[in-house]
Design a protein around this ligand. Structure first.
Ligand code: NAD
Length: 333
């Protein structure tokens, strides 16, 4: 039985806690830390033995083998550092921190203490996107030319979340940067980004954007274009397309149901799924399974701290590009 503690029980912490309690055998949630009562009450429902607002009671608990960090972003790195020093395996929500120096410091300490560490880029475990990767690996698409990723949320998170999120590129596009790297299998050479806050001027007032466009040029010559928006009126929109010399593969949005209603006006389909909790349900479970599988079998984690660092460097270059309205080369930021 791997004894686990979770730090931060908000939207993501609840998904992880529920998955750990209901879907993973061989794992026991021994402790949960959350500063607010709401998260603690949620943990009570699942009968977690230790529920606290003191992170040390999780991190320094000698019975705990693995720590899941799903607090608000600015606390990830300090918790990861503390957990590494206690020799715990770490599964950490993205991004590891908002500052590159802090990420490097945390990764160095994780390395020194030789603890298993996985960054939660869940979309790599999505069965639709995973099949796209398999098509690429099989050679069926030939040589890749371009990748196009569209990721649009139905509505923005609250302003207090956005204020500590690091901005659209670090908070949201970071998944797409990782996906583009993962699919293309090369490193980004140059970034050009644009953005606006026409939908939510209040997001503009805190220095962030609600819509972003990023063009990436990879070292192997493949290009990727990423489109993000914090709001749609048609639900969650998560699509991608990979275009190669032998063919093209694209992932469309799974709809809420597969029903079709036909009438004199035409054929009507169901609506897009609501948000990440519905669309990525299986990926959240599969990423946890992958983490514990790697832990038990002493094999490398499927997503590393270096993957997190690379995606972050792209996000920082994208923000620089947007602010300076020019392409930014990654090596010369
Ligand atoms: N992988 C994904 O698809 C995905 C989706 C959403 C969010 N996230 C990431 O997950 C993390 C949490 O996001 P969320 O949407 O659950 O946010 P949230 O605001 O719903 O939850 C954050 C939780 O952290 C708690 N918290 C605040 N300060 C804390 C502290 N000092 N120590 C411990 N806990 C603290 C809050 O009380 C809250 O319960 C963020 O880093 C975010 O980037 C990932």
């Amino acid at each position: 039985m791997i004894k686990t503690g979770i730090i931060g029980i908000g939207r993501m912490g609840r998904i992880h806690l529920e998955n750990l309690c209901t879907q993973l055998s061989g794992v026991e949630v021994l402790a949960v830390m959350n500063p607010g009562k709401e998260g603690q009450q949620f943990a009570e429902k699942w009968g977690v033995p230790i529920i606290t607002d003191d992170a040390d009671l999780v991190i320094k608990n000698p019975d705990i083998d693995a720590v899941i960090i799903s607090s608000s972003t600015p606390f990830h790195a300090d918790y990861a550092i503390a957990a590494a020093k206690e020799g715990k395996a770490i599964f950490c929500e993205k991004p590891l921190d908002l500052h590159l120096e802090k990420v490097k410091e945390a990764l160095d300490i994780i390395e020194q203490h030789k603890v298993p560490f996985m960054l939660a880029f869940n979309q790599r475990f999505d069965p639709h996107f995973n099949e796209v990767k398999e098509f690429i690996n099989s050679g069926k698409l030939g040589d890749l030319n371009a990748v196009h990723i569209i990721s649009r949320d139905p509505a923005p998170p609250p302003l207090h979340y956005l204020q500590s999120s690091g901005g659209l590129f670090l908070d949201m596009t970071i998944h797409d940067f990782d996906m583009a790297r993962h699919l293309i299998g090369s490193e980004v050479m140059e970034v050009f980004a644009k953005g606006s806050s026409r939908n939510y001027p209040e997001i503009g007032r805190i220095g962030d954007i609600d819509t972003g466009y990023v063009w990436l040029t990879f070292e192997n010559g493949v290009t990727a274009m990423i489109e993000n928006c914090r709001a749609t009126n048609y639900g969650y929109d998560q699509r991608l397309e990979v275009f190669g010399t032998k063919g093209m593969i694209k992932t469309e949005n799974p709809l809420k149901t597969t029903n079709q209603y036909l009438d004199a006006q035409g054929v009507h389909l169901s609506r897009n799924q609501d948000f990440f909790m519905d669309r990525y349900t299986s990926s959240y479970l599969l990423e946890l399974k992958a983490f514990f599988h790697a832990l038990v079998h002493h094999i490398p984690m499927p997503v590393t701290g270096m993957d997190g660092l690379k995606a972050m460097e792209i996000a920082i270059a994208a923000e620089k590009s947007r602010l300076e309205n020019r392409p930014v080369r990654l090596s010369s930021q």
